[in-house]
Design a protein around this ligand. Sequence first.
Ligand code: MSP
Length: 628
Amino acid sequence: MNRGKFYITTPIYYVNARPHIGHAYTTMAADIVARHHRLKGDDVFFLTGTDEHGQNIQRTAEEHGMPEKQYCDMIAEEFKRLWKKLNISNDYFVRTTDERHIKAAQKFFEAVYRSGDIYKGRYEGWYCSRCERFYLEKELQGGKCPIHDMPVEWVKEENYFFALSKYRDRLLRHIEENPDFIQPESRRNEVLSVLREGLEDISISRSTVRWGIPLPIDPSQTMYVWMDALCNYISAIGYGDDPETFRKYWPADLHLIGKEIIRFHVIIWPALLMSAGLPLPERIFAHGWLTKDGKKLSKSTGNVIDIDELADRFGVDPVRYFFMREFSFGKDGDYTDSAFITRYNADLANDLGNLVNRTVNLARRFFQSVPPNDHPGEHDEEIIEMAIETHRRSSKQLDDLAFDEALETIWQFIRRLNKYVQQTEAWRLAQNEDTKGRAGTIIYNCLEGLRFISVMIYPFMPESALRIREQIGLKGLDEDYSSLESWGALKPGTPLGKPEPIFPRIKVEKAKKTKKQPKREELITIDDFRKLDLRVAEVLEAEKVEGTDKLLRLVVNIGHEKRQIVAGIAEYYSPQELIGMKIIMVANLEPATIRGIESQGMILAAVGKRGCAVATVDREVPTGTRVR
Ligand code: MSP
């Protein structure tokens, strides 16, 4: 790794749809890594952006009745808006329709061309326009794209090819000699076996797609959208126009991607770079895919995780926390609402929220400001050592992109501090003049522990980290990881901020109960019920109401009188089967005129999606008997 600088990228996302949780997952992870490296003191360049050319975007813009560029502008803005909301600290946002990018991509193409690796040929094959890639017959699933489960199309055209096969041996050697080049290990093994099977040359231009970058060697063709897109990683740092910045940041230290686009990043991209004579990225990490309730995310089936809504309801930081804590980054992860709420309440509201709240409250109540730290005692050494060790371990785990493990390490420390307050009974010691000094030191250690925690969680939850710092008397974040190498930076006497809950508990039980049970004012009293005059009535006559399929006109006997009723049960009962039946009716309902017929009551029936059953009595009772 090039020490001192850190260049990290996300994939650039297609603008054929609005940003969703999948995009946010990668981008949040990249943001955490970028912030982590800034705290390490590295000169970070964090890149994200949008992939705007190609057949699919061209079609989508047409479907929206918009010129391509205008359509791309609209969606690119959506991505920028969401990244701002999620506190993404990218240094640059690249768009493949930027003039700067177009020039750099053409320059790169020419470099590959000059190496003699581009030739003209004919291509025939199955193409998925969503993936923007060709598939071999054997790769399809039931004749459809294995990623999108959508029909593929047969494409047959003359275009330019890149001599990918020529680079197979060099690629194999590079991957074998650089164990960290592809991560996680399981993906690396998959790629190695693909390479061992052999490589075919690939088509890198399209003659039928207008919405793309014209080839510098033949403007009648546009550049294959993946070659165009991969160039973003160099165009954004000045490959075309700023050699100084380019030299400073290239090669990338980390390309973060989803597992489905690994082949483009670890085979095609490195081979193109080799051909153009550029160094290869240091490391490519392919993370797993998110699902919800065990099913693939899909707008068409409505199985979506609405990231905007989650962030609005629970806050941006809990969302950033959850997705990093709950899943192991290299593996697939299944989202459920209940897992979100459980984690939020246990880790954020309980563990961290309580620690901040009780510590700051104790300090303010008994000492007004950060207390003196001059009464060492039992457990203190262990706490101090653990703080320093927690930073060391979690930082290393973050280097390895083991976000969940890093957070678990930090949370062990948070839980330990809560236990420390509990076992020393600091609140009791504080109330007695003889032991108040010792209470001061315990509270000091908790506050200093919170300073450590605020720096360690900053990459994950920047807003909350700053709020914690404010409460423990610190302003902003004017320190980096070097301040976690020793204990005691927090100065006694520092005025404390206002204690405010950072993560208010989500009240699940209450929320559920109010949904299931009617509210008090919706319950009726026994007197309300008694107002109903329910009677057993015998059906004397029944006939269809003319001009409708649903209504029957009934004449019933309620003991002392006859009533006419219009009932919507014609789809379920024939008039004949009702005659002679003893049913239950509401006898004191205000009459209503339905289809010109006065209905003098209402019969009771169970009506559901699967049918209808009229309420009757299960043994003989005189007609007119009251039902109560
Ligand atoms: N434009 C290409 C990438 C070009 S990079 C030179 C592309 N775009 S995309 O819009 O389809 O985004 C794909 C990426 O979004 C994945 O690699 C992954 O980072 C993220 N995700 C999309 N859906 C996802 C999940 N369901 N789960 C996790 N991340 C996924 O491919």
